[in-house]
Write a protein that binds this ligand. Structure first.
Ligand code: KG4
Ligand code: ZN
Length: 341
């Protein structure tokens, strides 16, 4: 089965062609530079950019895959969660293609798709996916921080999530306080490599709570007060690196310890991680160490698939179309607040 998938839930315009669990193309056009001057994603601008980029991105994906539009067997798009004005662009375009071709259309939950990206190796969905279930998945991005128990293919239960800021948001907002450009996550990652993670002590929110929830707004506030009380610190490059390393260490420790604890409590033997923050080198290192120590297999999404992309939407859509369920109707609308159950 050959599928075209579109993803426009936030600030990446992406189109992919997927055939039988294999990614034939995955074109991603990022709007990060456009939103940088505003210090965050501006929904109206994101929507206009998606409108401008969607057709060329889709044409590139088809060309790269060597597939003509007439060869498509189905079309998929992200239905939610996401920014309403952004989601609607890819979702309605995909429905229009499906309608014109008289082919099935599937609306996909963006977070459910993230659950699948760690299982894509190179361009193919690995068989390990079914062997290593159940597993605990960490989805960690600019908008979300979720722990999910994946019981079997297409069957999962959310264990916990952030009660305020997401981990990526915490990277971006604390970076802004340090005067770093948006998105600050990758910059903090880079500067932290030259800093001392034990230089400054920041809180590890909810680390010792029994639940699987996260909270990062208190950490952000303590960084704000710390900078207010040490105003000359930002003039010293080494101290900025130390600050980056210390903030990153606090975020990473909470993510790693709570993920491993959830995995042990659920009695699973595998942990996965995906979403933009999964690109973070310290997070990848510390997850590796903690999983190794606790006898857990770790599957991290490849760096190219950590950020939002249509390939993960297509891979999941392909599996959904194989499942014996009624096909969704073309009358469906976007679902911006679609929380994973
Ligand atoms: O998944 P994503 O591309 O978009 C959504 O938010 O859905 O994630 C973007 C987030 C931003 O907050 C960005 O700062 C963060 O991921 N991020 C990182 C790194 N690369 C991206 N955070 C820490 N270290 C990184 N290397
Ligand atoms: Zn995402």
């Amino acid at each position: 089965m050959t599928l075209l998938a579109l993803e426009t839930s936030c600030d990446e315009t992406s189109a992919a062609v997927v055939r039988d669990g294999k990614i034939l193309s995955n074109v991603v056009s990022s709007q990060v530079a456009l939103h940088a001057e505003y210090g965050g994603v501006v929904p109206e601008l994101a929507a206009r950019e998606h409108l401008k980029n969607l057709l060329p991105v889709t044409q590139s994906a088809l060309r790269e895959a060597g597939v003509s539009i007439a060869e498509l067997d189905a079309v998929a798009a992200t239905q939610g969660p996401g920014l309403p004005t952004a989601l609607v662009v890819g979702f309605k375009a995909a429905q229009a293609v499906a309608f014109a071709l008289h082919k099935p259309f599937v609306g996909i939950n963006h977070h459910e798709a993230h659950l699948y990206s760690p299982w894509i190796a190179g361009d193919t969905m690995t068989a390990d996916f079914s062997k290593l279930q159940p597993n605990v998945a960490l989805i960690v991005s600019g908008g979300h921080t979720l722990l999910v128990l994946v019981k079997s293919a297409l069957e999962h239960r959310v264990l916990g999530g952030t009660i305020d800021d997401a981990a990526g948001e915490c990277f971006d907002k604390t970076g802004k306080l340090m005067g770093l450009p948006y998105p600050a996550g990758p910059v903090i990652d880079r500067l932290a490599e030259q800093g001392n993670p034990a230089a400054f002590d920041f809180p590890r929110p909810l680390l010792h709570d029994a639940n699987d929830d996260f909270s990062f707004s208190g950490l952000k506030t303590s960084v704000r007060y710390f900078i207010r009380d040490h105003p000359t610190l930002l003039d010293d490059r080494q101290k900025v690196c130390d600050l980056c390393a210390s903030v990153q260490a606090a975020i990473v420790e909470v993510l790693v310890r709570k993920t491993v604890r959830a995995a042990k409590r659920q009695g699973v033997r595998c942990v996965t991680a995906s979403g933009g923050v999964t690109s973070n080198r310290a997070l990848r290192r510390e997850l590796e160490k903690a999983c190794h120590k606790n006898g857990l297999t770790l599957r991290l999404a490849e760096k190219s698939l950590c950020t939002d992309n249509a390939a993960m939407i297509g891979i999941l859509a392909g599996r959904k179309l194989l499942a014996p369920a009624p096909l969704p109707s073309l009358d469906e609308e976007i679902n911006p607040g679609w929380a994973l159950a």
